[in-house]
Design a protein around this ligand. Structure first.
Ligand code: NAP
Ligand code: F7E
Length: 326
């Protein structure tokens, strides 16, 4: 039985990856940081089938004993401060979690379990003010936020440990990926949650920032398979994971409201306070290398993804209304 350790298991991707690895009959270990209230909603259906331990990427000693004891075959580093606007409000904390956290983990792996295969959750935000369209593994990085800068550090730390210490370390450059489990701050879920609340009479407007920004949005369930595939290859490498399509926030909004039979123009208010100090205007990934070498491709279209999220949010508010009425 292979053993996998996931940091950030309580997050969107961590929950899908844990499910995926359990299906592959892995023993799954997850690192969670202490909080005063339980924060396991995305993985509560897996409790009993996974082993959790407390650890924090800010605290290197807390990484040592789990890695020493578990001796994982694979480590997936998904933990990060992942919300881009917060990275301007808390640039130092973001650097500590999202950049130096990678160095702490890599160094602990080098010392405690150097044979473990390592996956780093890198991001299309590293392309930032993109030098070319679409972006591939050779496109230069030009990050536009403290988050993007921190992820760029994590990417190069991963490459450096691969080249200097011969760790089997891979960097997955993943473009935006969403699901009904996405946090409600991110634009896709912010929109689908608001659509459901408006449809159920619980809200009357949705305030958004830049409607013209374009992203390459895919389904998180597809993307965790790519993470695993990277660690099954004969040699470590870096891969862009994307759909190859780009859509604007405006298109996302139109599809989401229409999925509930609503006209978005009656509800959406553009709020200048939600504009970013430096925007990433256009992302579109070229996943040719992943398709050729990993045999990976996305399976959920942009429209189906947004409609899936609206449906899930509508159902959730319906369930809450029923349980309140009972
Ligand atoms: P997410 O839902 O925000 O989850 C982040 C996870 O990191 C949570 O489990 C969080 O724990 C944990 N975490 C944060 N700081 C930590 C610390 N100091 N020590 C231990 N754990 C910590 O993010 P996601 O969407 O699943 O993304 C997973 C990873 O992929 C992140 O690194 C993200 O930056 C990267 N990424 C995401 C996308 C995307 O579109 N989703 C694209 C490219 C890259 P708590 O539950 O305690 O907060
Ligand atoms: O914004 C625009 C915003 O916050 C997408 C993270 O997972 O993907 C994610 O980062 C776009 C931006 O994601 C609102 O200006 C308009 O252009 O959903 P988002 P992100 O910043 O692209 C990358 C790949 C990651 O690695 C990150 O961890 O939508 N936008 N109005 C808005 N965005 C938000 N959040 N809220 C708005 O009201």
């Amino acid at each position: 039985m292979k053993r996998a350790l996931i940091t950030g298991i309580t997050g969107q991707d961590g929950s899908y990856l844990a499910e995926f690895l359990l299906q592959k009959e892995y023993a799954v270990f997850g690192m969670v940081r202490r909080s005063s209230t339980e924060n396991l909603s995305r993985i509560k259906h897996l409790l009993g089938r996974i082993t959790l331990f407390q650890g924090d990427l800010l605290d290197q000693p807390s990484l040592i004993s789990p890695l020493r004891e578990v001796q994982p075959d694979e480590v997936y580093n998904l933990a990060a401060q992942s919300f881009v606007p917060t990275s301007w409000e808390q640039p130092i904390a973001t650097t500590q979690y999202t950049a130096l956290g990678v160095a702490r983990l890599l160094e602990t792996i080098r010392l405690e379990c150097p044979h473990a295969r390592f996956y780093q959750a890198s991001s299309s935000e590293m392309f930032g003010k993109a030098a070319e369209v679409p972006q591939n593994e050779r496109t230069p990085f030009y990050p536009r936020s403290p988050y993007g800068v921190a992820k760029t550090y994590g990417h190069w730390a991963t490459v450096s440990y691969r080249e200097s210490h011969h760790l089997f370390a891979c960097s997955g450059i993943l473009f935006n990926h969403e699901s009904p489990r996405r946090g409600k701050d991110f634009v896709s879920r912010k929109v689908t949650d608001a659509v459901a609340r408006i449809a159920r009479g619980l809200a009357t407007e949705l305030r958004l920032g830049n409607l013209e920004a374009r992203r390459d949005w895919g389904y998180a369930g597809d993307y965790v398979e790519a993470m695993w595939l990277m660690l099954q290859q004969d040699s470590p490498d870096d891969y862009v994971i994307a759909t190859g399509e780009t859509h604007s926030v405006r298109e996302l909004v139109e599809i989401a409201f229409a999925a509930a039979g609503l006209d978005w123009k009656q509800y959406v208010v553009v709020d200048p306070t939600l504009l970013r100090p430096a925007e990433v205007e256009l992302l579109q990934g070229d996943y040719t290398k992943a398709r050729r070498q990993l045999g990976w491709k996305p399976t959920v279209s942009f429209r189906d993804l947004i409609e899936m999220m609206v449906k899930a949010d509508l159902e959730q508010y319906q369930r809450s209304a029923k349980s309140e009425a009972a």
